[in-house]
Design a protein around this ligand. Structure first.
Ligand code: AMP
Ligand code: ZN
Length: 138
């Protein structure tokens, strides 16, 4: 299903041109227009899902396999040393385009490491409480 006012629906389905690195019946992978690093790629399903929560079973199963292929191709083609697989859900997490997509970001030894955060100190009791809350919500 497509959503009329969604830019990634239009890109994924070829209505808006993009620098496509891969395409099949279900996906288009394109270069990010404002990349974190040269070669930053976005995997975009052709069907519209707002985010990971609304993705169907088939997409959940296949998207990580494609992430593996794109990452392997970046290592080979760009001679990068690693890559991040990033997927944002909700504005609080930095999601700006509300059509499910997965970022594959090339990384180089000695270069910037994305997904960096300040490491908090964890307290055993609090950790147990939080783990229990998440477990109970599954
Ligand atoms: P997110 O913050 O996870 O929603 O990521 C959205 C990404 O889409 C950002 O990295 C943008 O640079 C990228 N982006 C937005 N519009 C376009 C576009 N028309 N073509 C390619 N990438 C885009
Ligand atoms: Zn869409």
């Amino acid at each position: 299903m497509k959503k009329d006012d969604c830019i990634f629906c239009k890109i994924a389905n070829g209505e808006i041109p993009s620098d496509t690195v891969y395409e099949d019946d279900k996906y288009r992978a394109i270069l990010d227009l404002s990349p974190a690093v040269k070669g930053h790629t976005l995997i975009i399903p052709k069907d519209h899902f707002d985010d990971l929560l609304s993705a169907d079973e088939e997409t959940l199963e296949s998207v990580l396999k494609l992430a593996q292929r794109i990452g392997a191709a970046q290592l080979k083609a760009l001679k990068c040393d690693g890559f991040n697989v990033v997927q944002n859900n909700g504005e609080a997490a930095g999601q700006t385009v509300h059509h499910l997509h997965v970022h594959i970001i090339p990384r180089y030894n000695g270069g910037a490491k994305m997904v960096a955060w300040e490491q908090l100190k964890s307290e055993p009791e609090e950790q147990q409480k939080i783990a229990g809350e998440i477990k109970a919500a599954l």
